[in-house]
Write a new protein. Structure first.
Length: 167
């Protein structure tokens, strides 16, 4: 599954290994089907930009620590980095992270943890959200997947209201 990507941009927040991990996770969240997936939409570049320029230090730290945890889990379970695991192993790790994310997001867990830690979004929730936003705001996601126009050909701002609609 893991392939070396040509370095098309200068990464701002992620190193090449972290970027490869983000590409792999994104491709598992939104794989290529009859439409291109997250990898083709270059969602990793969007995520790198958000982590570098939008996230505050706490969010950036949470994201990068979570990304490192993906490899720690992979090493612990399969004795190799996440990007070198089989797709089945990668999915197992992401399913575990997703389950942990759901548990940590439950109100009773957040309430108990409030006294000991700040309320931060679990890493897997962060990367899923970034992947979805990055994909569906890209030309590939918006045009090819959603079949929408980025710039409509025409805008009818002052259209007369029909008699039926005014009732």
């Amino acid at each position: 599954m893991h392939q070396q990507l040509p370095q098309t941009i200068a990464l701002k927040a992620l190193d090449p290994h972290q970027n490869a991990t983000v590409v792999t996770i994104g491709d598992l969240i939104i794989p290529e089907t009859d439409t291109p997936g997250a990898k083709a939409a270059r969602v990793n570049e969007f995520i790198d930009l958000i982590v570098a320029e939008w996230y505050d230090q706490e969010e950036k730290s949470t994201f990068l620590t979570g990304l490192a945890d993906v490899d720690r889990r992979s090493q612990s379970s399969f004795s190799k980095d996440f990007v070198d695991c089989s797709e089945k192993q990668q999915i197992q790790i992401l399913n575990d992270l997703d389950e942990q994310s759901r548990v940590e997001s439950e109100p009773t867990v957040r309430h108990r943890a409030r006294n000991t830690a700040s309320e931060e979004k679990p890493f897997f929730s962060m990367i899923k959200q970034l992947t979805l936003i990055g994909y569906y705001t890209s030309e590939i996601g918006f045009v090819q997947e959603l079949h929408e126009e980025i710039i409509p050909a025409r805008h009818a701002g002052c259209a007369p209201l029909s008699a039926e609609a005014s009732k």
